[in-house]
Ligand binder design. Structure first.
Ligand SMILES: [Zn+2]
Length: 103
């Protein structure tokens, strides 16, 4: 089973780093009636319609943050590149239409 760090680095979409409290399920635990455990950090991603998450050890948190943040920046740059390419393509098409109005 790949580690949270491996998933953060290699999953085709950038996973999210989220933090929430959990209930352990033991009926006698204080979390059954009171406040849940944590909060703990998890890596969360979606595989098709299935939401998955992996616990993030505190020792791995800084490395995971760095990987996720880097990927989010890369994603934003990629979206910008696509947007610019789309604009350029539109301009090119308009320019071609102007050259040959029958096209
Ligand atoms: Zn509990």
């Amino acid at each position: 089973m790949p580690s949270a760090l491996e998933i953060a680095k290699s999953f085709h979409k950038t996973p999210a780093l989220v933090r929430h409290r959990v209930r352990c399920g033991r009926p006698t635990c204080r979390c059954a009636t009171g406040e849940a455990h944590g909060p703990y950090w998890f890596l969360r991603w979606r595989e098709g319609s299935v939401q998955r998450r992996r616990y993030v050890r505190h020792a791995d948190l800084a490395a995971l943050r760095a990987v996720v943040e880097r990927r989010r920046q890369d994603d934003a740059e990629a979206r910008l590149a696509v947007a610019l390419a789309t604009v350029n393509l539109r301009r090119l098409r308009a320019w071609l239409r102007d050259l040959d109005p029958t096209a």
